[in-house]
Ligand binder design. Structure first.
Ligand code: ZN
Length: 481
């Protein structure tokens, strides 16, 4: 066991998915590429303007709080965090200091300190000595979640971040797309040789991918250990992550903590959350959360990698759940054992064939690019009942990837893809093939066993691919002995 104890606390910012910004009616549109179009007097902090809190944003933070089993405050307020920077037009950021909306809770066993609501800043870009500021993002509702310092490895931090992203997406709080900066992670890392004491804390900021979270933490822990072992000293500071060099770099030393002179914002009313919201009904209308969904999928004996793909994609999981409700297999005890085969086939088929075809055709996953769930369930039923070969099912797929309810049995008949299981018909084909292959039959009988698959192939060809290959094999064996 390592003699070093790594302790990590995480801070995650997530832009909330709302129609409008936090204090004004401007559109909250992370996909707007034109600079400074979603702005107004309020988010540009013109004198005499007043903020109005966005109720939808507050509700989303409460929803996340209930999803992680936290306590929702009865009473909350917004505070001014004072500092000057061009990306913050008011000269202060509206945030929450003493009274966050959410306290406590946990994700993956990692205890949370708090979740509060604040506003995002403008985005600035630096180019050739010129700085350009885009205020579209200024005033966008931003959730900040802080964990207790209870994470002890890079992998644990990565797993936490992935689970948080799923939760945010499942409850519709945030798209939490890390590449787009909608979810940003900071890690406070310390390494100590004394289990009763934290080491010197270093903060790594603005980490923009799960891989970077893990790499940055691993890098920093090794750097601390090297420093300690070589008799050096870890300095308390803020560091950034260089993705190209795969290393952290010093941004600013933290000799003394910044004094933001927080005080309650006098322009905004205090909020009695328990009077403004029915917390109990928010809790009761939570969707199935990722951990519960994962457990349910595993109970169908789906493979781990299949489960991961499904639970990581909200739309795909929803589609899958819609499909399996069409299998006639639910009874009072839940899923019948015998029907797990259908669920497994649907999952495998969805992930390999359906997603494969979408990718090949360069199409986005949506209701109109997938088969209607009922149609898809019939396709799976027919495959498992032996009416369709897996080849036949693949051939039908392009005709049903349009969200339309389609009579797939009729379609399969029209395309001549119904797998023939009629033994009399198949026997006739076998007899014909053997009669036409005198030479090959002689070879087979003299010991050339590889000829057998040739006969199967000829039978399939004669039946135009509609014969059941395993039945052909069985009949051929009978006829040849
Ligand atoms: Zn505005």
């Amino acid at each position: 066991m390592s003699k070093y104890l790594t302790t990590i606390g995480l801070e995650v910012h997530a832009e909330l998915h709302t129609n409008s910004k936090m204090w004004c009616g401007c559109k909250n549109d992370p996909r707007e590429n034109r600079p400074n179009v979603n702005i107004c007097e309020v988010c540009m902090a013109h004198p005499g303007t007043l903020p109005v809190a966005n109720k939808e944003a507050i509700k989303k933070v409460i929803t996340v709080g209930t999803a992680v089993g936290a306590t929702i405050a009865d009473f909350t307020e917004f505070d001014r965090k004072n500092y000057f920077y061009p990306d913050i037009p008011k000269g202060y950021q509206l945030s929450q200091y003493k009274l966050p909306i959410v306290s406590g809770g946990s994700i993956n066993g990692v205890e949370l300190t708090r979740i509060h609501l604040e506003e995002d800043t403008a985005s600035s870009s630096h180019d050739n000595g010129t700085t350009l500021v885009n205020y579209n993002r200024a005033g966008v509702p931003l959730m900040e979640l802080v964990t207790e310092p209870v994470v002890h490895s890079a992998e644990q931090a990565g797993d936490f971040a992935r689970e948080l992203q799923r939760i945010l997406r499942y409850v519709g709080a945030s798209e939490a797309n890390m590449e787009m900066g909608q979810m940003r992670i900071e890690a406070n890392i310390s390494v100590s040789t004394d289990p009763n004491k934290f080491g010197t804390k270093v903060e790594v900021k603005n980490i923009n991918s799960f891989a970077a979270v893990e790499s940055a933490i691993k890098y920093e822990v090794e750097r601390h250990i090297d420093l300690i072992e070589s008799g050096g000293k870890v300095v308390q500071e803020t560091r950034g992550w260089d993705e190209n060099k795969q290393e952290t770099f010093s941004q600013r030393k933290k000799e003394n903590a910044h004094d933001y002179r927080y005080f309650p914002d006098p322009d905004l009313p205090k909020l009695y959350l328990s009077k403004l919201f029915d917390i109990e009904s928010i809790k009761n209308s939570l969707p199935e959360l990722p951990s519960a969904k994962k457990a349910r999928y595993l109970s169908y004996n789906l493979k781990d990698d299949v489960v991961e793909i499904l639970i990581d994609n909200v739309a795909l999981a929803r589609y899958f759940d819609n499909t399996i409700t069409h299998f006639d297999m639910w009874d009072k005890d839940g899923l019948k054992e015998v029907s797990k085969a259908h669920v497994q086939a649907a999952a495998n088929y969805l992930i390999s064939d359906v997603l494969g075809l979408l990718k090949k055709e360069n199409k986005e996953l949506s209701e109109s690019t997938l088969p209607a769930p009922r149609t898809f369930s019939v396709l799976i039923n027919m495959t498992l009942d032996g009416e369709l070969s897996s080849r036949g099912a693949k051939d039908l797929l392009p005709y049903v990837m349009n969200g339309q309810e389609i009579d797939i049995k009729k379609l399969a008949e029209e395309k001549g893809l119904i797998q023939k299981n009629d033994p009399e018909l198949l026997k006739k084909i076998v007899a014909e093939v053997l009669a036409e292959s005198e030479k090959q039959v002689a070879e087979y009988k003299s010991g050339k066993e590889s000829m057998f698959m040739y006969f199967v192939g000829q039978c399939m060809k004669k039946s135009k691919g509609a014969g059941n290959p395993s039945l052909f094999q069985q009949l051929l064996k009978e006829a040849l002995t």
